[in-house]
Write a protein that binds this ligand. Structure first.
Ligand code: NDP
Length: 346
């Protein structure tokens, strides 16, 4: 059985969802009430892959909302409690979705393996970042040529290059795609220098210098809401893959030769009878999902019950190959510009 741990995109959205599900007493509570609300297993699903294999899964809402990010202890408790519930339900492999994997890493939850009487078994959890990184790379490879961008000559900026997803994307784009030039963007210099050495290339640039030079920009950093991008200074055409969470680039820059694609999103080949992706505001919630969620499904399809994506900067090209092949075999495809356009027009 696979599991997905997620959360609503905002406190308001969470309240609406709780009302829909009949949790009226929680829905009407203020943020303090929500801070003490336990995680809920809200949905069971069954999925059959095109190769005929059927798996079962469950969605656990951590009852975390982004408004709690500044409440360090609450955020930590929400993620650990949801993981404890997943383990107690006997789920073999559970993906940490949305902010939950970021909270796990950044708040160093490895130090909190015991939750009440449960010792968390890390092998039952995955961040899903390997699949996310592979999907983003395929989105670059598939969509840049449709805009007339020749990747062998293109400058590709990776914003968040030293992160877990970003470093994997850089490894792939340098070794497998062989892009013209990689522009490496992050705030801290030493990790950038280490990455440059590992890759044997790539140019380190500050954000405001990299963006105007880039034919393709991969955003794999949570950017401040106040970030301003001057459309007039960008290359045209320019493909922007919005791999961050939440996805907010579209409203800032799309149009006039700037093409923004939601990054790290996959579509399953048939409808899944679930409602959980409605809260994630997917255009086709019956089929589309975050690639990190799909990673748990893929590991279950493959009976690979291990913390496949774990820790920071451990994603290898071989792991990306494995999860990419599984993704194709079990009926997933990446979200592409043309499918995004069709959905917007419908
Ligand atoms: P990490 O914390 O490992 O990496 C974040 C990276 O962003 C680092 O390189 C960091 O470097 C850089 N960064 C952070 N702030 C800035 C800034 N203001 N300007 C430039 N660089 C910055 O994160 P992950 O790799 O795990 O995740 C990256 C993003 O992907 C997150 O936003 C996450 O939510 C999203 N994500 C999306 C998924 C999906 O859509 N399917 C699934 C999983 C994650 P430095 O600190 O030196 O600046």
């Amino acid at each position: 059985m696979f599991g997905l741990i997620g959360h609503s995109t905002s406190f308001e959205a969470a309240r609406r969802k709780a009302l829909d599900l009949g949790f009226d007493h929680i829905a009407e509570g203020d943020l303090d009430v929500w801070c003490s609300a336990p995680p809920q297993l809200v949905e069971h699903v069954e999925i059959t892959s095109p190769v005929g294999k059927t798996i079962e899964g469950a969605y656990i809402d951590s009852c975390f909302v982004p408004e709690m990010l500044s409440r360090f202890k609450t955020a930590r408790r929400k993620v650990l409690n949801a993981m404890e519930l997943a383990q107690k339900k006997g789920i073999n492999i559970t993906a940490l979705g949305g902010f939950t994997s970021i909270i796990f890493e950044n708040f160093n939850l490895l130090q909190h393996q015991t939750v009440r009487s449960t010792t968390l078994d890390w092998a039952r959890f995955t961040t899903g970042n390997t699949h996310t990184a592979w999907v983003i790379c395929r989105q670059v490879e598939i969509n840049a040529p449709t805009l007339g961008i020749d990747l062998s000559k293109a400058r590709v900026a990776v914003v968040g290059a030293t992160g877990d997803i970003g470093s994997a994307v850089c490894r792939w784009l340098a070794a497998r795609t062989s892009v013209g030039e990689l522009l490496l963007v992050a705030r801290q210099q030493q990790p950038l220098l280490d990455l440059q050495q590992e890759l044997g290339g790539g140019r380190i640039l500050p954000l405001d210098e990299a963006i105007p030079e880039a034919d393709v920009v991969v955003w794999v950093a949570s950017m401040p809401r106040t970030l301003q991008i001057d459309q007039d200074r960008l290359q045209k055409p320019c493909l922007m893959i919005d791999g961050g969470y939440p996805k907010n680039l579209d409203a800032k820059v799309a149009g006039g030769g700037i093409h923004v694609l939601k990054g790290g999103i996959v579509e399953f080949c048939r409808d899944i009878g679930w409602s959980m992706m409605e809260i994630a505001e997917m255009e086709k919630p019956q089929r589309q999902m975050f690639a990190c969620f799909a990673e748990a499904m893929l590991l279950e399809f493959e009976q690979c019950h291990t913390n496949f994506s774990w820790g920071r900067n451990n994603i290898t090209l071989e792991k990306m190959d494995f999860i990419g092949e599984a993704s194709l075999r079990h009926g997933f495809s990446t979200l592409n510009l043309h499918s995004q356009l069709h959905a917007a027009a419908a």
